[in-house]
Each structure stands twice: as C-alpha cells, then as structure tokens.
Design a protein around this ligand. Structure first.
Ligand SMILES: [Zn+2]
Length: 194
C-alpha cells in the first residue's frame, strides 16, 4: 500500500497548531499536547489524507546533503564542557528536512569570542540553533555559532517547557520568572528565516 493523497501545508514553526488528534496523528516533527497536534521543528507539514497522519516534509536525497559554507538549522542533543553535538535538520532556505538528520559538532575552541569555560554556559540540551558549517570530516560537520546571526533561536524553560522569550541579552520564562543565559542569535524566535 503506497501513500494516499498528500497535502502540503504552510511553513510551521515549533509550537504551531496544525490539527487536533482526532484529525491527524502526529509523526516526524510533530507532537500531541492536550489533544492538539503541534510542530516541534521548523518545516512544511505533509498531511496524509488516507492514513490521517501528519509529518514534516523530508528529504532522503543524497544530492541535497549540506556542504561547508551552508547555514543550517539544528537541534543540540548532547552538550558537554568542550563539545556539543547537534542534529542538522535542514539547510537554511531549503524547504525539506533531513531524515535521518546529519551530525554536527561545535567545539569550544570555535567560541573564543564568547569567553566561556564550558559550552554548557551558552548552549543547552534541546536548544534549536542557527549555525554555519565550517568543514566536513569523517561524515561529521563542524559548526560555528560565532557572529550575531548565529546561536540559539529557540530554547525552552527547564522547569515548565514553555518557549523562553528574549529580553535584552537574556532569555526569560514569563511563567516561572527565571532567567537563562545563551549565545543568542539575532533571529531568536524568528523562524521565518529558517
Ligand atoms: Zn517556566
């Protein structure tokens, strides 16, 4: 049995509501929150009208792999003092997301200007990042987040999970009244550029 009728929706950003659970079951890139189906990453939703599922449009094409010089949207999945690992979800300006994602690393030596002792001070697990590819070695992409456009573009409150809001050079949770430090991109919260 192949795919049924597919409908492509408008660009979604994390937290956007696309359906209720009675209409579509969330697959890759979506989750259920109190009966509502919301996006967890940036991308274009594909609604499978027969299977009643929704997922982010993905690319399996080897022709569209990221290259040094590309700016990418990624999500940190492991952060230690000296190195952070991120899943590269897509190249900025190209619609499709990589499934499975590529692996990117950020090394602390690339963050001299940030003057930090540990990457954990400026990037945390689950942060969404706008980064640039410096090089590719052994199938791993080396990334930088130096420069005003690069850095964290979405982070969640560690206590309640709400999206943090940018206030001056900090991120704050309006519910818990906490302040979090990050290397913030000037595009924080602006997913239309992704
Ligand atoms: Zn909170």
């Amino acid at each position: 049995m192949g795919s049924g009728v597919l409908k492509r929706g408008e660009l979604v950003v994390p937290g956007d509501k696309v359906a209720v659970i009675e209409e579509f079951e969330p697959k890759y890139g979506f989750y259920e929150d109190l009966g509502v189906v919301r996006a967890s990453i940036v991308g274009y939703p594909i609604f499978d009208m027969d299977k009643r599922i929704v997922y982010i449009e993905k690319t399996l094409s080897k022709n569209s792999i990221p290259r040094p010089g590309d700016d990418v949207y990624c999500i940190a999945y492991e952060v230690s003092d000296k190195i952070a690992f991120a899943h590269i979800i897509k190249v900025i300006g190209r619609p499709k997301v990589f499934q499975p994602p590529f692996t990117g690393v950020i090394h602390i030596s690339r963050l001299k200007k940030a003057k930090v002792n540990s990457i954990r001070e400026i990037v945390k697990l689950g942060d969404h990042l706008y980064a640039s590819i410096i090089s590719r070695r052994n199938n791993v992409y080396h990334l930088t987040i130096s420069g005003p456009e690069f850095g964290v573009i979405l982070a969640r409150c560690p206590y309640c999970g709400l999206l943090l809001e940018k206030k001056d050079q900090n991120l704050v949770c309006s519910k818990c009244n906490i302040v979090e430090q990050r290397k913030i991109s000037k595009y924080y919260g602006n997913f239309k550029i992704v």
